[in-house]
Design a protein around this ligand. Structure first.
Ligand code: ATP
Length: 267
């Protein structure tokens, strides 16, 4: 569902954004666009600034310089609820479900803003149709679902509400590869249902399969922006796809560095 170029403004535009935490600067002049119907993968090593971009794009971190536009509206410096009202949903790392409610109660809560009881019922039916496993488990407490199932529940809410922009921040974190594949299948459904995606991922494989466009961050700066096919070797020094022979060696090097450099300022 890609809009004809030039017709609609980008769903999200970060224009020359710098941002940080107190005196620490995490982003340096970052410009990123997500166009209607597009899935943009944001990749980079640990600490590159990916989550900070996600937080800027949902109003959780205010830029010190530059602008943030959502569907053509300048929301720079505005609070997160203005971003939510403009159609930005931020699915953060980890799980975001109410553990003591059932699967169905979690979904009902999410759909309550929809028109009337019939709207909620229709949305529940749609969620179960799209992710049948949730239908099988609708009476189960969400806290007893597996990690992957909890992530699916988070995505089911988004899938049905069809936000203009979903920011998916490391949704695969801690999941088994087979479950990650399922999560990415649902993300593709979210995109096919009309949402644009900004997918933050440290692991390349699935993100690149899904994405139309890739932005690579290195130490807070954009070092690549283009199609997945153009990423080439740029990523290989810091981001190796699952199965690459160099991954274990890289992990050894990182561990060795950690042993020789005790973390400073640890709390
Ligand atoms: P990861 O893949 O490890 O989650 P990332 O690319 O998402 O990394 P960020 O979480 O955006 O990176 O962090 C960018 C930089 O900002 C890092 O150096 C990090 O230590 C710093 N940072 C992140 N959050 C905070 C915070 N709340 N306070 C201070 N510094 C922070």
């Amino acid at each position: 569902m890609t809009a004809a170029p030039g017709t609609d403004p980008p769903v999200l535009a970060l224009d020359d954004v710098s941002a940080g935490y107190g005196p620490f600067r995490a982003l340096f002049g970052v410009s990123i666009e997500v166009r209607p119907g597009q899935a943009v993968a944001l990749v980079g090593a640990n600490g590159a600034g990916k989550s900070t971009v996600a937080r800027v794009a949902s109003g959780l971190v205010r830029p010190s310089e530059g602008k943030v536009l959502v569907r053509g509206r300048d929301l720079t410096g505005r609070p997160p609820h203005d971003f939510a009202l403009a159609g930005v949903v931020h699915a953060p790392e980890g799980r975001a479900v109410f553990a003591t409610l059932t699967v169905e109660e979690n979904l009902e809560l999410a759909f309550r803003s929809l028109d009337g009881t019939s709207g909620v019922r229709a949305s529940l039916d749609r969620a179960y149709e799209l992710i049948p496993r949730l239908g099988d488990r609708k009476r189960q407490l969400a806290g007893t679902l597996s990690g992957g199932e909890q992530r699916m529940l988070t995505l089911a809410r988004v899938l049905v509400l069809r936000p203009p922009l979903l920011i998916a921040d490391e949704l695969s974190l801690g999941l088994a590869p087979v479950v990650t594949r399922d999560v990415y299948r649902v993300l593709a459904q979210v995109r096919d249902a009309g949402s644009s995606l900004l997918v933050v991922e440290q692991h390349l494989d699935h993100a690149l399969e899904l994405a139309d466009h890739v932005v690579m961050l290195t130490q807070g700066e954009v070092t690549y922006s283009g199609p997945p096919s153009g990423l080439g070797d740029r990523s290989s020094s810091i981001l190796l796809p699952v199965g690459s022979p160099g991954r274990v060696e890289q992990a050894h090097e990182l561990l060795a560095e950690e042993r020789t450099e005790p973390a400073s300022g640890a709390t």
